[in-house]
Design a protein around this ligand. Sequence first.
Ligand SMILES: Nc1nc2c(ncn2[C@@H]2O[C@H](COP(=O)(O)OP(=O)(O)OP(=O)(O)O)[C@@H](O)[C@H]2O)c(=O)[nH]1
Ligand SMILES: [Mg+2]
Length: 256
Amino acid sequence: MNAWISVVMIGPAGCGKTSMVASFGRWLEEELGERPIYVNLDPGVLRLPYEPDYDVRSLVRVDDLMREAGLGPNGAMIRAAEIIEERLDDVVARIRSIDGAGFRLIDTPGQMELFLFREMGPRIVERLSEGSRAVAVYILDPFLASSLSGLAVGVSMSIITRLRLRIPVVSVVNKVDLLSGGIELEKMLLNESELVERIALEEHGLAAELSAKFMNLVREYSKAMRIVRTSAKTGQGMQDLYNLINDALCECGDLT
Ligand SMILES: Nc1nc2c(ncn2[C@@H]2O[C@H](COP(=O)(O)OP(=O)(O)OP(=O)(O)O)[C@@H](O)[C@H]2O)c(=O)[nH]1
Ligand SMILES: [Mg+2]
């Protein structure tokens, strides 16, 4: 049994996965004195704001494929995903061979469909969770999350992440340093009447009906899906993220 806790950062292109790995990692180092292991699974990234302990670009790089095989960016990403899937045993063995204990922060490809909807993500996560624990952090776009129908769309992706990866998922709204004000997302998710009232103000007709039904579905599962606000840029919300991961992983509320 190893004592790793894998934290898989996932979310749409540009939401801040890579920055969150760096920012949460820095917070763990500074606040808890724990150096996490940094894992990059994005073959397309050019520069990383952290020093990876395992970097999938040692196996395949999207820019090399574009240059050498004459592929476009999407074709090269798909080819890179195929190469990673072909060598999955080796990738997992290299990550698992890193010594130590504590957090293993996992950065995933920019296009999340490559990780979620192909075999790569579910298989890697399954193998990394053997004998240890894992949680996914679904990173929502702050502008999408600033309306209730947008929030419903964002949160639906976190439910899909839960279904695909089969591990607990926590949700964060990142880049909150760019928002002024904003709705009390978490409170609203938990309070049915407030939610219905708010939806009626924002949406009409079918969109209102769908949003209400959807948010109620989300609310039903919202115990495990509390949302916190973070900024990977300023470091805001890292303690909340830590607490959320803690709650999701262990009902007794203790990571140790
Ligand atoms: N203002 C602000 N910018 C952020 C924050 N987090 C990330 N960014 C910026 O958003 C852009 C994308 O950040 P990344 O961390 O590369 O996001 P990503 O999800 O890894 O992106 P891909 O892997 O390319 O999909 C960069 O310019 C970051 O500096 C944040 O909390 N606040
Ligand atoms: Mg990235």
